[in-house]
Design a protein around this ligand. Structure first.
Ligand SMILES: [Zn+2]
Length: 102
């Protein structure tokens, strides 16, 4: 079951995670859900898709519609602004990690 409080707390981590992978290769929703699940984040498509959409609206991700056998699939890639944000966030995450690790 999905915990709303946990999603709220980890939203930033989820977004950094998306930026990280979408920088390496275009990602689509189902792939990202599986990736997050492997890292222990159980989130529903109905939660992930609005996150991807808002990141697109914030000019962090570029969206590309691709024709696949079952219809159209949306692929997301981290754009230039998203990469800048990722660099900043990575520094902040590392700072925080150093402080709280013990
Ligand atoms: Zn990952």
């Amino acid at each position: 079951m999905e915990d709303k409080l946990l999603i709220k707390l980890f939203l930033g981590f989820i977004q950094i995670h998306i930026l990280h992978h979408a920088k390496e290769h275009p990602i689509f929703g189902a792939w990202m859900l599986e990736e997050l699940r492997e890292h222990g984040y159980t989130i529903r498509p109905g939660t992930l898709y609005p996150i991807l959409h808002s990141m697109e609206n914030d000019w962090l991700l570029n969206k590309e519609n691709r024709n696949i056998s079952r219809g159209i699939s949306k692929y997301y890639t981290t754009n230039e602004k998203g990469q800048d944000v990722l660099v900043e966030e990575r520094k902040k995450a590392y700072e925080l990690f150093k402080e709280i690790k013990d």
